[in-house]
Design a protein around this ligand. Structure first.
Ligand SMILES: CC(=O)N[C@H]1[C@@H](OP(=O)(O)OP(=O)(O)OC[C@H]2O[C@@H](n3ccc(=O)[nH]c3=O)[C@H](O)[C@@H]2O)O[C@H](CO)[C@@H](O)[C@@H]1O
Ligand SMILES: C=C(OP(=O)(O)O)C(=O)O
Length: 421
């Protein structure tokens, strides 16, 4: 059992090193399994629990994987992939497991998905993935919890996503990359992580055009080869550090090449946080006095749902009433009850929340219901009076690497503890 203990009151100052993106590296590990020869090298890999699970899953299907933690490098040899089963004991622990399906389909002609995990955020359907595979010629058997996808070769088709699903787009691109003929994916996701995955697949020999336009065309090729690729910076990790500076009246230099916070930066600027780009470094500074804000989550380039939770903490510390409308997930507000235990004033009505600030937050024992509510509670702890203890730290470790050490280096009083329970 991992828990985080935070004592609030310290302003965060110094240089924050932003990790590689969780939501880019997971599909890249899935993509590496598409290469039947040679070894793939991934650089700037975040050392997070989801990556450890992805390594276990790649090994479970037969690949040989080395995770060099201090070098933040993964070496993946997928010349042997011999099991179509994504076993429940690993696959149910993270969402990224769904991204292994295309490689198993291409390499073995079938994938048996014993479950898919990830944050508990309400309904998280996979129908676009499976309908897409069917349109490409696969047979999909959906039993109770096990999904069996079979195909003796896929054929290009026109696919349409009802909403631009992030992993759905990545999976269908990977399925189409080795299909026979041309695939068009309409209403494809625009997230920068999806574009980074397209970059890697293109280096591997895939023929993909239209990334970032919503209409992606994939010309199938016969084989993909192993490459070296550097994972893009994690804009969610960066957003959290910017928010940590914002709520503690701190000043941080965010290091992570080419980092663009987009709408998150503009919203924080509206709240009174100052940003300055200094070449490759993004400088963030705050006096600690924040104005309220309105947030509507959306797919990229809208406000990322994954940063909605930490932003709720920031709103609780702003002077005045903020309004949040969550449009992507129907179960993303479990955080409100936990923040209220810390004396915040958050009222939830369906997909909308009203956050009345600023109430001085008080440390207490709180529960992370998912990765982002966990990190939002860490932020609350940094600004609260007294001590905040957050269980389960595993959820935070799913997406943030060496969080306590990185925050302590900036002056935070935070420890990561492991107990028997
Ligand atoms: C590993 C990874 O990259 N995870 C990210 C990815 O999750 P994920 O790829 O699971 O998110 P999606 O974009 O697929 O889901 C968004 C919404 O679309 C719905 N939907 C999705 C697919 C489908 O087949 N049918 C369907 O109805 C979902 O129920 C959800 O309400 O994007 C989310 C939205 O930006 C992020 O919060 C996650 O951090
Ligand atoms: C929802 C998230 O992750 P996953 O899709 O991996 O559950 C997240 O990163 O906030």
């Amino acid at each position: 059992m991992v828990r985080y203990r935070v004592r609030g009151g310290n302003a965060l100052r110094g240089t924050a090193f932003i990790q590689g993106a969780k939501n880019a590296v997971l599909p890249m590990i899935g993509a590496a399994l598409l290469a039947p020869k040679g070894r793939t090298v991934l650089r700037n890999v975040p050392i997070i629990e989801d990556v450890r699970r992805a390594v276990e899953l790649a090994e479970a299907v037969g690949a040989y994987v080395e995770l060099h933690e201090s070098e933040r490098t993964l070496v993946i040899d997928a010349s042997r992939v011999d099991s179509p089963v994504l076993p429940a004991r690993i696959a149910r622990r993270f969402r990224g497991s769904v991204l292994f399906t295309p490689a198993l389909l291409h390499r073995l002609g079938e994938a048996i998905v014993e479950g898919v995990g990830g944050c508990n955020l309400g309904s998280r359907n996979l129908d676009f993935h499976y309908l897409g595979y069917k349109r490409l010629g696969a047979i999909v058997d959906e039993e109770e919890t096990v999904i069996h996808v079979k195909a003796s070769g896929l054929t290009g088709a026109t696919l349409y996503l009802d909403t631009p699903s992030h992993t759905g787009t990545e999976n269908l691109i990977m399925a189409a990359a080795l299909a026979n003929g041309t695939t068009v994916i309409e209403n494809a996701a625009l997230e920068p992580e999806v574009l980074d995955v397209i970059d890697m697949l293109t280096k591997m020999g895939a023929r993909i055009s239209g990334g970032g336009t919503g209409f992606i065309t994939v010309e199938g090729v016969d084989e993909l080869h192993a490459v070296e690729h550097t994972v893009m910076p994690d804009r969610l990790d960066a957003g959290v550090f910017a928010m940590a500076a914002a709520i503690t009246g701190g000043e941080l230099s965010l290091v992570g090449t080419g980092l663009d916070l987009g709408v998150v930066r503009y919203k924080l600027e509206q709240m009174g946080v100052e940003f300055a780009r200094q070449g490759a470094v993004l400088h963030v500074r705050s006096e600690g006095k924040l104005r309220p804000i309105n947030i509507i989550t959306d797919t990229y380039p809208g406000f990322a749902t994954d940063l909605q939770s930490p932003m709720m903490t920031v709103a609780a510390l702003a002077d005045g009433t903020s309004y949040i409308h969550e449009r992507i997930f129907d179960g993303r507000f479990a955080l409100a009850g936990e923040l209220n235990k810390m004396k915040a004033n958050v009222e939830v009505d369906g997909s909308r929340a009203v956050v009345r600030g600023r109430t001085p937050l008080t440390g207490t024992q709180v529960t992370a219901h998912d990765l982002r509510s966990g990190i939002a509670l860490v932020l609350a702890g940094l600004a609260a009076e007294g001590e905040t203890v957050i269980d389960s730290g595993y959820l935070i470790d799913r997406g943030h690497a060496h969080l306590a050490a990185r925050m302590r280096a900036l002056g935070a009083d935070i420890t990561r503890e492991i107990s028997e329970r």
